[in-house]
Ligand binder design. Sequence first.
Ligand code: ZN
Length: 500
Amino acid sequence: MSSDRLLEFDDVVARYEPVFGLETHVELGTASKMFCGCATTFGAEPNTHTCPVCLALPGALPVANATAIEDTIRIGLALGCRIASWSRFARKNYFYPDIPKGFQTSQYDEPLCTAGHLDVEVDGETYRVEIERVHLEEDTGKNLHVGGATGRIHGADHSLVDFNRAGIPLVEIVTRPVPGVGAKAPEVARAYVAELREILLALGVSEVRMEQGNLRCDVNTSLAPVGSLEWGTRTETKNVNSLRSVERSVRYEMRRQAALLDDGVRILQETRHFHEDTGSTSAGRSKEEATDYRYFPEPDLVPIAPDAAWVEQLRAALPELPAARRTRLREEWGISDTEMAWLVNAGALGLVTDTVEAGADPGDARKWWLGELSRRAKDDGVELTDLAVTPAQVAQLCALVAAGTVNDQLARQVLDGVLAGEGSPQQVVDSRGLAVMGESDELDAAVDAAIAGAPDVVEKVRGGKVAALGALVGAVMKETRGKADAATVRRMLEERVLGS
Ligand SMILES: [Zn+2]
């Protein structure tokens, strides 16, 4: 689909130094919109969550949403930003069908938060991403282009616009350019967005559902020859909306730009579209001349002057942030950085934490989520969190194993039942009859049958080849469909075959 020539990634980083930067838009989870009382619920009938203010009817006046301002300051504090004591909204003027006012209410030279940072970890190394600013604005409506093959305006028969999203509070978090990360640039970019997402979740300011567009990234990428004192011309890949796509878009742009630079072609400063299916980008609008948005202070809204004492209250009330939480859990569970990284990368940290809180041993909880359950999620092509088993149920399963009610092999069968919707682990043990078999007539019979069925093995064992006993243990386990306890079986066999 794409005709871009791409350089091999290893060759790119051998000769070029990448610089990336991210502008991340987060839709806040407030109940109402930024400047009016309209609901923000996702998926409503088009144009049902609108009013004179967000449709920009003549005479309508905005009132700022206090919760959105508070949320923005809390995000700034979590990112170590300086909180402005004086901040203003500004009009960003441009014409497009999805902005009814003919301008977006945003912030320009007086944003709420500036000069923060976020540390992210990749392969055991810590990288600091500097945050330039965090500001508050409003989302646009949504254009729907009907009739074309691509869903883009080009080739469409007609276009519709839905203003339900217009005016939803949007926080924009802008990083400073991140140089000096070399080959790790795609991964550091991804790790930054992943960590930012965790922080936003911990703050409870947004549901951060990337697939619903709650969090969207514009990814800037540029290359310069290694050792060059100047940075290259950057491209801006718009609206990248998954962690994987952030990483892929940086990687793709690095490979594409390097091939052009090798050929002596100048990189155009432009916006680009990212294509999920191919992982490629394609040219959008050229940005050679900076758009003149004719920013000016919004005359219909009063300035925001956050009181220092109030800001300190907000700071003191911040929840435990993800990095601190990981450090605490790592110490409590006695695991290494690497083991913690595995948990985070597998998306299992929250699940393991909840399983431990439900009473499981941390080691057992990790074993089940990273082992058997990860394997099943992979087989089914779903996320761990989408499996039909809750942390509480995994904790119950761990308890059944710890009590000796089931062994590991039976526990996996219990899991089958739980995942099939047959109830709690205990209910599955009862209904499927999965409890470990104690010494019983049934087990006696199985042991006797194994001895009777393999006289040659019995002779070997009696002749001194005790290791051959394993074959008999195996036969009993098979006969009892894994329900016997292997140690018990071995002891019974030894008694009967060797008389000891
Ligand atoms: Zn409204």
